[in-house]
Design a protein. Sequence first.
Length: 253
Amino acid sequence: MSRDGNRVDMHVKVLDERVVSRAKARGIDVLVYAPHFVRLPEIRAQAERFSDDDLLVVPAREVFTGTWQDRKHVLALGLAEPVPDFITLDGAMAEFERQGATVLVPHPEFLTVGLEEADVRAYADRIHAIETFNPKHLASHNRRAREIARAVDKPAFTSSYAHLHGTVGEAWTAFERSIETVEELLDALVSGAPRRVERRQGLAHELRCKLELAHLSWENSYKKLDRILLSGTEPTNPRHIAYEGRFDDVRVY
């Protein structure tokens, strides 16, 4: 890599030429790509396509556990096999453990989509880091996330959580070591390698954060719920034929 290779935007939802160009312009060395409702093989293919000598794209899955009304997101890196959405939290954690995945907690206790402190404590031995700044958060959410990370003694991380192109690179985790491969990122996370939680400053940054928060209106719409849940044919629905019924005992739909 042309840079030190230590700035990691730990969670983005979008990936194309514009995203890559913006990440590089913002000094980002690594993007973790985890789009909603896309199966792991496709995520891997896209990550490989957009990786180059200046930017490493790491495939990951943000799994929606629980029901739509009480879903709890868990971010998993290093998965060997696809894991569907809308399975129980315990079922997801058991599958992550079986696969030896690296498990992160994005936006804890945020609305109805984050793990509660009790959840984090219950699965503390399987969790490797907790997000303590997220552009969709209000200041109170970030304070609470830091409290949870301290309470369970887990390392922190941050990300742009970019659902919109312009948010890429607004926040990043700066490791005190070079990250040039997927394996090096996983090792840094699992080993608790020293890192800093960093973000951009100023009015433009605050506007980007507000735009990301506003984007939640569609994220939580019934139109999206109908598309995802009712057909049973969406790629990450646990009833999809690709999972061959392996998750029938832990699916919630």
